[in-house]
Design a protein around this ligand. Structure first.
Ligand SMILES: O=C(O)c1ccccc1N[C@@H]1O[C@H](COP(=O)(O)O)[C@@H](O)[C@H]1O
Length: 220
């Protein structure tokens, strides 16, 4: 099964070729100061320049204001915005216009009640990212290495392209794909040896496991 993979939170110049070698379709750069993966604009611009055409460069932001986003989009070559905060559907639509980039909106899921937000954002975003809701008191709204109960979205699909995220690892991604039917996955902590430190070996192991997964509904 061919799966499109987003490796998120790259921090080191060596992460870019490692992610490409592993077969990434999207590379994520984090712009959120509390994160161990946060990049300044100059570092991000250098990483972005090393990405060949055909691989989407995604900027992850959290409740960023217009000035911050303007500075970001002026300084860094980007192909998509990932909004990972409390942005409303109206804000998502406004930023899509303002930044002139496709927007992927992250929605945190812990219980069935959280699923309604996915329908609201599907109407305004170009993609939706189905992530685990952060635990109470967490410093980060994502990137916590925590999975949600994938059975909550088993058999679900949306009209827009969507990605599964939250606590994915080389060891569990095949099961996550099998249960949810996702065709795109996003991973950060699960390909790290320490917070913010990516591993080429883990990226390759993750991609191998994802691509070897059996589609949902397949026998066995
Ligand atoms: O990765 C981060 O540091 C981060 C910070 C703030 C919001 C989201 C963040 N990462 C995103 O969270 C999910 C799940 O990550 P993980 O695989 O569980 O570590 C993923 O979409 C990352 O892009």
């Amino acid at each position: 099964m061919t799966v499109r993979i987003k490796f998120c939170g790259l921090t080191d110049p060596a992460d870019v070729p490692a992610a490409i070698l592993a077969g990434a379709g999207y590379l994520g750069f984090v712009f959120y100061a509390p994160s161990p993966r946060h990049l300044d604009l100059a570092t991000a611009a250098a990483l972005s320049q090393a990405v060949p055409p055909g691989i989407a460069r995604v900027a992850l932001t959290v409740n960023a204001d217009d000035a911050t986003l303007d500075a970001l989009t002026d300084a860094v070559g980007l192909d998509m915005l990932q909004l990972h905060g409390r942005e409303t559907p109206e804000r998502v639509a406004a930023l899509r216009d303002r930044c002139g980039l496709p927007v992927m909106k992250a929605v945190g899921v812990a219980t069935r009640d959280d699923l309604a937000a996915l329908d609201a954002f599907e109407a305004v975003a170009d993609q939706i990212l189905v992530d685990a809701k952060p635990p109470k008191g967490a410093d980060l709204p994502g990137g916590n290495g925590i999975a949600f109960d994938w059975r909550l979205i088993a058999g679900r699909s949306w009209r827009k392209p969507w990605m599964l995220a939250g606590g994915l690892t080389p060891g569990n991604v095949a099961e996550a794909l099998r249960l949810t039917g996702a065709r795109q996955v996003d991973v950060s902590s699960g390909i790290e040896t320490a917070p913010g430190v990516k591993s080429g070996d883990l990226m390759r192991a993750f991609a191998d496991a994802a691509n070897a997964a059996q589609p949902a509904g397949a026998a066995g």
